[in-house]
Design a protein around this ligand. Structure first.
Ligand code: PEP
Ligand code: MG
Length: 591
């Protein structure tokens, strides 16, 4: 049966493929593709884990005390029976051999299929048996966890095999896990939870593949292998579409590919408005390897390198100074002399470190992480770690133009402590005779308090960059990662726009550079408005650069500037802005 689901559109375009469900399991399970040649070894690993569990349960049963209730022995028999049932064993092997899932993924995928079948049974007794399946699967997963996986992970086996395209469906994907899917075979993503500017959504957008988040019931309603359409423009997911719907979406897919190819041709054109104003278009990156995409897309620098992604997926180890230096230098060298703005680590909120690292650094899970010890607050609470990062960034400055960006500053004490840490890092390098050059220091404007105390920030920083994702979150008190309040996360809210306009005006007035690096920068719905406010620098995902450039090339900033005032003063800036621009378009058509 074909069904439709709705969520938040995250990344443009249409993806069509078979669903791969990343089932949530009580045991932490790695999901990766194995090389086809290693399938027999992976099957053997699974068989070995299963045999271990059979042995465990047999021993458990033999050791049952005589007074143990007879149901217990019967239950263990059921578990032994399940372990020998082809529904579990053969089918799990099938996911490994045909889909090239690793053994843990295959086990959770098949458990998920069986649990759903049991859920649909009319017989209460049989329905209850699903708990047994889950328990048995959990035992096998634990046995697998004890065995070292010797198999290399590959991300392209499906494409190499020419199989059906795959799309990923999950309840939630942590930003760190999403990062692992970069460059993988998946053509699209759907998650049950998340908002448009959650970091999971941001990483999906940086991968430039269609994605929908906050689709609530998706991972419950979609089944392994269902055909799915993911409409990343409208936030729609169609499960098992009819042939007519499928044809319609295939047509749209082709149209959107043609449009992309057309926009791509703009990448080497200078970004200048109709009235001759140059507009700097920069790229947001997560890893040094993304710099190549930035250049290819025509970016004239990196406006935001989210360095915290270097700190994720590390089993508790944090990158040391040399490792960080290598990563920053790689990005700087890849940009061949163009500026690279490295943001100091923004850990916390929806980007936690993995558990071990957090434990190591003595910070337990915060009550309200978005308002807790994140970004510069966290860095200042770990002075040695912070200085290490600053030294690594400074060292990279010997290889190109580097700028340092500080996330979430709001207090004078934070500014002074940051300046002090930077000075100490400089001193340490100087004493050790390690080369570095002068770097500009910038502040992210993400907290309303910072947007309202611009003179203080401008006094200490060389440039500012507006993080609209957080600025909106903190102005409207909306958790950006919570789909339940996603409808209230409104960049058009007059309070948000007034804060942004104020920051741009104050920075321009002080002759200091100001950029927007939040998701608003890559959304063409806001390009004219931001230009009208006086903004001349935007930083976004490389994939968004050409469409924004197209808007810049058609913009008349003198006219737009006149329209900003009335829009900001109105109760409904979106409607006012749209109406004014529609009137202008009509006048120019009839002229
Ligand atoms: C922002 O808050 O707008 C921003 C760019 O930073 P991040 O999305 O990483 O929090
Ligand atoms: Mg932010």
């Amino acid at each position: 049966m074909s069904i439709q689901m709705f969520g938040q559109p995250v990344s443009r375009g249409v993806a069509i493929g078979r669903a791969v469900l990343v089932a949530s399991s009580r045991v932490d399970v790695a999901h990766y593709f194995i090389d086809a040649a290693h399938a027999p070894a992976e099957v053997a690993r699974l068989r070995h884990a299963r045999d271990t569990v059979v042995q465990e349960i047999t021993t458990l049963k033999a050791d049952l005390p005589p007074e143990a209730p007879p149901e217990l022995a019967a239950l263990l028999d059921v578990h032994l029976m399940l372990l020998n049932d082809p529904m579990l064993t053969d089918a799990t092997r099938h996911w490994i051999e045909v889909r090239h899932y690793n053994a843990e993924w295959a086990m959770t995928a098949q458990t998920d299929v069986l649990v759903r079948q049991f859920d649909e049974m009319d017989d209460d007794y049989l329905r209850e048996r699903k708990a047994d399946i889950e328990q048995v699967a959990e035992r096998v997963l634990r046995a697998l966890a004890k065995e070292e996986s010797l198999l290399p992970q590959v991300s392209h086996s499906r494409d190499q095999d020419g199989g059906d395209p795959l799309v990923l469906v999950a309840n939630d994907i942590a930003p760190a896990d999403m990062l692992q899917f970069k460059g993988s075979v998946f053509k699209g993503f759907v998650t049950d939870v998340g908002g448009r500017t959650s970091h999971t959504a941001i990483v999906a957008r940086s991968m430039d593949i269609p994605a929908v988040v906050g689709a609530r019931e998706a991972s419950r309603l979609v089944r392994q292998d269902d055909w799915l359409i993911i409409d990343g423009d409208a936030g729609v997911v169609v499960v098992n579409p009819t042939p007519i719907v499928l044809e319609e979406y295939r047509f749209r897919q082709r149209q959107s590919e043609l449009e992309r190819a057309r926009l791509h041709r703009l990448r080497h054109m200078p970004s200048v408005t109709l009235d001759g104003q140059p507009v700097e278009l920069l790229a947001n990156i997560e890893l040094p390897g993304d710099a190549a995409n930035a250049l290819e897309a025509g970016a004239v620098g990196v406006g935001l390198f989210r360095s915290e992604f270097l700190f994720m997926n590390r089993n508790g180890e944090l990158p040391d100074e040399d490792e960080q230096f290598e990563a920053y230098r790689a990005a700087v060298l890849a940009m061949s002399g163009l500026p690279v703005t490295i943001r100091t680590v923004d850990i916390g909120a929806d980007k936690p470190l993995d558990r071990m690292a957090v434990h190591e650094l003595r910070h337990e899970h915060a009550l309200n992480p978005a308002l807790g010890l994140r970004a510069i607050r966290w860095s200042l609470s770990e002075p040695a770690m912070f200085r290490q990062q600053l030294r690594a960034i400074l060292r990279a400055s010997a290889y190109g133009k580097v700028r340092v960006l500080i996330p979430m500053v709001a207090h004078r004490s934070e500014i002074l402590a940051t300046l002090d840490a930077l000075e100490r890092a400089r001193q340490q390098l100087q004493d050790a005779g390690i080369p570095f050059t002068d770097v500009e220091l910038g502040a992210m404007i993400e907290i309303p308090a910072a947007a309202m105390t611009m003179p203080l920030l401008l006094q200490h920083f060389d440039f500012v960059s507006i993080g609209t994702n957080d600025l909106i979150q903190y102005t409207l008190a909306i958790d950006r990662a919570d789909e339940a309040v996603a409808h209230l996360y409104d960049p058009w809210h007059p309070a948000v726009l007034q804060l942004i306009a104020n920051v741009i005006a104050m920075a321009n007035g002080a002759g200091k550079s100001v950029s927007v690096c939040g998701e608003m920068a890559g959304d063409v719905a806001f390009t004219d408005l931001l230009l009208g406010m006086g903004l001349r620098s935007l930083s976004m995902h490389p994939s968004q650069l050409s469409s924004v450039k197209q808007r810049v090339l058609r913009a008349d900033t003198a006219r737009l500037a006149k329209e900003v005032g009335p829009a900001l003063a109105s109760a409904d800036p979106a409607a006012t802005w749209l109406a004014m621009n529609e009137r202008w378009a009509q006048r120019s058509r009839s002229a």
